[in-house]
Ligand binder design. Sequence first.
Ligand code: IPE
Ligand code: IPE
Ligand code: MG
Length: 251
Amino acid sequence: MDTNANNIDALLNKINLDNLPRHIAIIMDGNGRWAKKRFLPRTAGHKEGVERVKEIVEAVGNIGIPYLTLYAFSTENWGRPKEEIDALMKLLVEYLRKELNTLHKNNVKINILGDLERLPDLPKREVYKAVETTKNNIKMQLNIALNYGGRYEIINGIKSLILDVQNNRIKLDDIDEELFKNYLFTKDQPDPDLLIRPSGEKRISNFLLYQIAYTEFVFTDVYWPDFTTEELYKSIIEYQSRKRRFGGIGE
Ligand code: IPE
Ligand code: IPE
Ligand code: MG
C-alpha cells in the first residue's frame, strides 16, 4: 500500500507540470482479454474497466488537464453479441447514475461524441441528463465517445457544412481546416496532444481521424482494467520525452 503510494509520488514528481498535454484521448481497450486471462466473463472486464474510468477521470482532473476523451463504444461495436452490448449499456447507465453528482460537484462538463439517436432509450435519457446537468461546468471537459466513428463524424460534418453553404450561411471560399473543425463533435476544443491505447493493439480503430493529425501516440500492453493512475503518469512522462515538430525542424 505504502510502496504503491510512493511509486505514484515518484512518478508524479517526474512530470513537468508546465508541459502537460491539454487534451488526452484514450482508446479503452483490452477489457475482454483482461477477463479471459482470469477465466471470467467478458462483462467482468468491462465492469473493472469502469473502475479505471472513475480513477483516470479523477487523476486527469487533479493534475489539471482540461480535456479528456474516452472511447467507450464505436460504431463498429454494434457488431458484438447482443448480450455484450446490453451489458455495456447497463454499465453506462450505472456509471452515470452513480457518478453524475460527483462529476458535477467537481465542475466536470460531460460531452458526447457520436450519434446518440441509435442508443436504447434508457442510456439515451441518462446521457442527455448528464450533458444537461453539467453543461455550464468549466474545470474539465470529459468527452465520452459513444456510438462514435471517425468517418461518421467527418461525413456528418460535411453534410452540415453543405447545408450551411446552400443556405448562404457560409461561402465555399470560407471553408478551411479551422472552419471545418466547427462541424466536428469536438467543436471549440483543442486537438488531442496525447492519444493512449492500452491492450497491445497498435491501431486507431476509427477514432478521432480528423483531430489526430499531429497527436503523439503512446501504446502500452497493459489492459484497460489495469490502467491505473501510475500508467497514466507513465504515459504523460513518455509524451514529455517526445519532440513535437509539426512539420518544422524543431527550434
Ligand atoms: C474495450 O475492450 C471495450 C469496448 C470496446 C467497449 P474490449 O471489449 O474490446 O476488449 P478486448 O479487446 O476484447 O480484449
Ligand atoms: C476500440 O476497441 C473501440 C473502443 C475501445 C470503444 P475495439 O476493441 O472495438 O477495436 P478493434 O476491433 O480491436 O480494432
Ligand atoms: Mg478490443
